[in-house]
Write a new protein. Structure first.
Ligand code: PLP
Length: 375
């Protein structure tokens, strides 16, 4: 455990509950990813993974720009001084379309109706089309292409869409984000090469001057171990000169730069199962409940016990780490072994920097929010 992290945990007000984000870890992670990417690749950060202003500000500096999918994220990106912005999402409002164009963002247009709305708003310029390809060569947690989804234009409809493209709009590329949390490095490299080949063939068939291939995000991490997708195969991808390959990962850049910490308020055994009841839970960190897995934790011992009554403690026990919500679904981990755990100790959940706080239902039961600390 890094000393600065432990020190920050000890300084927290009690009962302790916090998200900790480490900007040095964000910088290191970005540098590792950049080193693995082929030439002519542009790295954007997908803000939806973690919209904390310090995280967004750091990644706006270390990446080439940001990928956003709402007016709120666009505002964050502008505040963070992003050099490049890509704007996507299947449900853009007129206000968002106008704001994105005025901010100089590259739009990923997701339907023929959206094209007509852009034209009617008098918005002109270069755009990318998001395509739901006929097939996907990838597996991962959320498949968005090669299958019915609200994302992008069905590949089969592309000829019609291009034939009726409103004047003033020029297609310069395709957006092909297809999957989340892919752990297979060689498969991701194949996906990138295939995205480039498909885009080149489609562009030449429709007389498009192809400049951009956006292959989205989806670089995965394995929550059960400390493993991430192997990036080495990505360097074998060739991006032809004159073409820009855009990658816009979220999870890969932020997951390991965030921790969720929650103090054990109570320990109890009912019907043979032992529960550590936390000051915190899935209203702060919903990912394990949303995906139905146990998120590993480490115990941070807190030796202080200023109370006159005995301190609950357990030895060599499998526990469920549960939250403060009045629902049996408020579970962060099931059946994890602890050698020693006391009320007042902290459970520390690593890899909580992506899709943690940002996807959680904060107001359910109206408990206090966690403390947010940027290291
Ligand atoms: C969510 C999303 C990303 C980021 O996905 P990760 O799995 O976090 O890398 C990138 N692009 C688009 C269009 C997205 O919707």
């Amino acid at each position: 455990m890094a000393d600065h992290l432990t020190a920050a945990l000890h300084r927290l007000p009690t009962p302790r509950c916090a998200y900790l984000y480490d900007t040095t870890a964000l910088r290191t992670r970005t540098a590792q990813l950049r080193a693995a990417l082929p030439a002519n690749t542009t790295l954007l950060y997908a803000v939806k993974a973690n919209g904390h202003p310090d995280v967004v500000h750091t990644l706006a500096q270390t990446c080439d720009g940001l990928e956003v999918a709402s007016g709120g994220e666009l505002a964050l990106a502008l505040q963070a001084g992003a050099r490049r912005i890509a704007f996507g999402g299947p449900a853009k409002t007129d206000t968002e379309l106008a704001a994105a164009v005025h901010a100089g963002a590259l739009l990923n247009v997701e339907s023929p109706h959206e094209l007509r709305r852009l034209a009617a708003l008098g918005l002109h310029g270069d755009i990318c089309l998001r395509i739901n390809r006929a097939t996907t060569p990838l597996t991962g947690s959320h498949t968005m292409t090669g299958t019915p989804t609200p994302f992008g234009i069905d590949e089969h409809q592309l000829p019609d869409v291009l034939a009726t493209l409103p004047t003033g709009l020029r297609v310069i590329g395709f957006h092909l984000h297809g999957v989340s949390n892919n752990l297979d490095g060689p498969a991701h490299a194949t996906f990138l090469t295939d995205a480039i080949t498909w885009s080149q063939q489609t562009a030449s068939a429709h007389h498009i001057d192809l400049r951009v291939v956006n292959a989205g995000g989806g670089l995965g991490i394995d929550y059960h171990t400390d493993r991430s997708i192997d990036l080495t195969p990505l360097s074998t991808v060739t991006v032809p000169d004159g073409l820009e390959l855009i990658l816009e990962p979220g999870r890969y850049l932020t997951a390991d730069a965030g921790w969720y910490a929650a103090e054990v308020l109570d320990l109890k055994t009912t019907h043979g199962r032992t529960f550590a009841v936390l000051r915190g839970g899935t209203h702060h960190f919903r990912l394990p409940a949303a995906w139905g897995y146990s998120h590993p934790f480490t115990v941070i011992p807190i030796d202080d016990w200023p109370h006159p009554y005995p301190r609950p403690e357990i030895h060599n026990t499998h526990i469920d780490a549960v939250g403060e919500l009045c629902t049996p679904r408020d579970v962060l981990a099931r059946g994890q072994h602890v050698t020693h755990l006391r009320a007042g100790d902290i459970l520390l959940f690593a890899r909580a920097g992506a899709y943690g706080w940002d996807i959680s239902h904060h107001d359910f039961l109206r408990h206090d929010p966690p403390t947010f600390i940027t290291l």
